[in-house]
Design a protein around this ligand. Structure first.
Ligand SMILES: Cc1ncc(COP(=O)(O)O)c(C=O)c1O
Length: 434
């Protein structure tokens, strides 16, 4: 399950609070059997967990009739398959390989399609037999890439705010995330000098979400070049998650850091078919990197990923060759970000930042309350789930993340935005914000 559906404050589970653990019955404690990295993780069985993507959070919300604008899944919950992908899935019933594993590193047809796409859009010239690993979604690719490099106690520079998995993965691996703030006043760009100041002898890695989730910003070339110099100087590894790279607006340049001189040999780049191609249900992602690192990932893929779903890989080949579908989604989401500005931009105390990428809106609401408070208000008052900015890091406080890419029909989304705007306007009036 993707770790990025954020918080839906107030979604509790009364049963959870009342539940008795099997351990309690057996006189054990989870902490005794689990390691220190996993034991603190809470899945909602024994305590109220308010993240929509943990346990059954989003299913509860849906069952209770809430509107979901907190699930980073294009056109969710509506049908979204592109025609070419649909055809491949239909044909898969009779395809000879359907019942069988592909290679654990991924079938060659998909690795070739990935190499062509990376040449076309990322400036990367890849050998599909040496530089590409197919993974079941990019979350597992991100974890695998980090696991291959990090030892317990290693420090990882993580720009803040960014995708929560960056920090959580560090903790699961026994490493230490070192959050380096980015500022709205700097356009949420990397503060490379602050990153330099955060380096210690234990620093081993930088993890970027680029374009960023939740801010929607695209990291600029000059900052990436400065970061490259820092990474090379300190012999670090870069892991760059480009799950949101497919939709870039306003002619902003999208630089793939691995294409910068000096970075390829120390970078693992993680990609997804879930966001741009709207295939989250297929669970396909890929990692690309230098053959020296890839050799270790290829060697261990059978143990870790097993193999990615055979039918899903065939669907991914079709998706990567169907840029018409990407173009259609791009046009839809490009228009929607203006709707968000128009509809929410008028609400007192609300500042809407226009995203440079993707289908997420990043909205400052600090005059109305904390992110958690305002998200909880919207759940109660507008029966709408949005994400608090808090789980994305301390710099996300006072913000909401709203997924304006939900619902296939833009009119339905506009209606949802009107409901959110009306509810925030009521909150502003209550708070005396004008
Ligand atoms: C920045 C980012 N990276 C990776 C993922 C994981 O996507 P998937 O595992 O579906 O490829 C997400 C999902 O929300 C995301 O937001």
């Amino acid at each position: 399950m993707s770790a990025d559906q954020g918080r839906a404050s107030g979604v509790g589970s009364a049963e959870a609070a009342a539940a008795t653990s099997d351990d309690a019955r057996d006189g054990l404690t989870a902490g005794r059997l689990l390691n220190d990295r996993f034991a603190p993780m809470q899945g909602g069985l024994f305590a109220d967990v308010t993240k929509a993507d943990v346990g059954d959070g989003v299913a509860r919300l849906q069952d209770q009739g809430y509107r979901i604008l907190s699930w980073a899944d294009p056109w969710f919950p509506d049908p979204a398959l592109a025609p070419g992908v649909r055809k491949v899935l239909q044909d898969s019933v009779d395809a000879p390989g359907t019942a069988h594993y592909t290679l654990p590193i991924g079938g060659l047809a998909l690795r070739e399609a990935v190499a062509q796409k990376c040449l076309r859009t990322n400036g990367l010239e890849l050998d599909p037999r040496r530089h590409v690993l197919i993974t079941p979604g990019s979350d597992s690719g991100l974890y695998f890439a980090m696991a291959a490099v990090l030892d317990a106690g290693d420090e990882v520079l993580v720009p803040d705010p960014s995708y929560p998995s960056n920090a959580v993965n560090c903790r699961l691996l026994g490493a230490v995330p070192v959050l380096v703030p980015m500022a709205a006043s700097d356009g949420w760009q990397l503060d490379v000098e602050a990153m330099r100041a955060a380096i210690t002898p234990r620093t081993r890695m930088v993890v970027l979400t680029h374009p960023n989730n939740p801010t929607g910003t695209v990291l600029r070339r000059d900052r990436l070049e400065a970061l490259r110099d820092l990474i090379v100087e300190h012999d670090l590894v870069l892991v760059c998650d480009q799950a949101f790279e497919d939709f870039i607006y306003d002619d902003v340049e999208m630089v793939t850091p691995a294409s910068l001189p000096g970075l390829w040999e120390r970078t693992l780049t993680v990609f997804s078919l879930s966001k741009g191609h709207g295939l989250s249900g297929m669970r396909v992602g890929y990692v690309v990197g230098p053959d020296t690192m890839m050799d270790a990932l290829y060697g261990s893929a059978v143990n870790v990923v097993g193999a990615t779903n055979t039918i899903a890989q065939a669907a991914a080949v079709a998706a990567l060759s169907d840029t018409a579908d990407l173009d259609a989604r791009w046009a839809d989401f490009e228009a929607r970000r203006h709707d968000v500005q128009r509809i929410l931009g008028e609400v007192p105390g609300v500042r809407v930042e226009r995203p440079e990428s993707g289908f997420l809106s990043w909205i400052e609401v600090r005059d109305l309350g904390t992110g958690d408070e305002v998200a909880a208000h919207l759940l109660r008052d507008a029966q709408t789930s949005v994400n608090s900015g808090a789980p994305y890091g301390p710099s996300g406080e006072g913000h909401l993340r709203l997924v304006h890419g939900c619902y296939r029909d833009p009119a339905q989304m506009a209606q949802a935005l009107e409901a959110v705007a009306a509810s925030l306007t009521r909150l502003a009036a209550q708070k005396g914000v004008s």
